[in-house]
Design a protein around this ligand. Structure first.
Ligand SMILES: [Zn+2]
Length: 331
């Protein structure tokens, strides 16, 4: 559920324009290359319909109209860097996320990417969290002894962060970066860039805030996760504008003057592992009663932890929902 929380908890209200900007993409949002292979054409009606049936998300006609720039949207794959991106890019605005949050969506209070980053942050580090929302990550970092600062363009979220005693500012990243060059030991951007129609300016501005040798933590939904729903409406616009693997994170590091320290994958969750393994053996579709019974025993939730401890999930290449790049800014 981390993606959902990111969009709704952290990203909500980020785009304040009454009409979201529609970007017709002529270059890759990551590397700028003009060559791309068309992968899929998706009717917007399918996205709205799936949001309604799957998540109970009901949108007003006005919201749907202004987030539907064309009957279909194209999914492309950059020939150079492999990023998959949608064209035209239509990001969700504040009202879209308000209505999405009024649905049956929930989110986990445990964030894998927050905890993974906290492991590496040291006491005394100056930490900037971009798109800090109400400051949940900042609180964790502060508890670790870090000196924290967050920015977000959602004024309500920033106010809530301030009420928690956190240093938070309602300011666009490019403006903040121009006044805070090389000020931070750590910069974080959790599940942000998949919502952007242009990634390079964002990533460069974020990198500018880092001291030489500083660490940049960036997480995205993992396109190569072990289990995909056949059609996930939250993996399409207006929610997500691009799809990533660790290869594109490597490209991003290079473009921002950083070296890649580590790439980490979120462990597959118990539901992912059961769904994937069932698909692999075909038990779900099997008409054999015995196949279904055996699948239920072998893939019982209670065995998940045992398999995980034995390292079998890694051996089965079961990757989770998110991937994190830990970059180090070149000195
Ligand atoms: Zn590219």
């Amino acid at each position: 559920m981390s993606q959902i929380e990111n969009a709704c908890g952290r990203e909500q209200g980020k785009r304040q324009d009454p009409i979201p900007a529609v970007h017709v993409i002529s270059n890759c949002p990551l590397c700028g290359d003009v060559s791309a292979n068309p992968l899929e054409s998706i009717p917007f009606e399918r996205i709205w319909s799936s949001l309604r049936t799957r998540w109970g998300a009901v949108f007003s006609p006005e919201i749907m109209q202004r987030h539907t720039p064309a009957p279909n949207i194209s999914l492309l794959e950059c020939q150079r860097c492999g990023l998959q991106y949608f064209n035209p890019a239509i990001p969700g605005d504040a009202e879209f996320y308000n209505q999405l949050m009024a649905s049956s969506l929930g989110y986990s209070s445990e964030r894998w990417d927050f905890l993974a980053a906290i492991e590496i942050i040291a006491s005394g580090d100056k930490v900037l969290d971009i798109a800090c929302g109400e400051g949940r990550f900042l609180q964790l970092a502060q508890a670790k002894g870090a000196v924290v600062c967050g920015i977000d363009i959602n004024p309500m979220a920033v106010e809530n962060a301030k009420h928690k005693g956190l240093s938070a500012y309602c300011v666009p990243l490019n403006e903040f970066a121009s006044e805070n060059r090389e000020c931070f030991d750590v910069v974080t951007a959790f599940q942000v860039i998949e919502h952007l129609s242009d990634v390079q300016p964002f990533a460069r501005a974020a990198s500018n805030c880092l001291k030489p040798g500083g660490k940049f933590f960036i997480t995205v939904p993992n396109r190569l996760r072990g289990y995909h729903n056949p059609f996930d409406p939250l993996d399409q616009p207006p929610h997500h504008l691009s799809r990533w693997t660790s290869d594109q994170l490597q490209t991003l590091a290079h473009l921002t003057g950083c070296n890649v320290s580590t790439i980490r994958y979120e462990p597959a969750g118990v539901h992912d592992y059961r769904a994937l393994l069932r698909c692999r053996i075909g038990a779900e579709q099997s008409e054999s009663l015995w196949a279904r019974i055996i699948a239920r025993i072998v893939f019982a939730p209670s065995l998940y932890q045992i398999y995980s401890t034995m390292g079998l999930l890694d051996r089965w290449h079961l990757l989770g929902m998110s991937v994190m790049g830990v970059f180090e800014k070149q000195r």
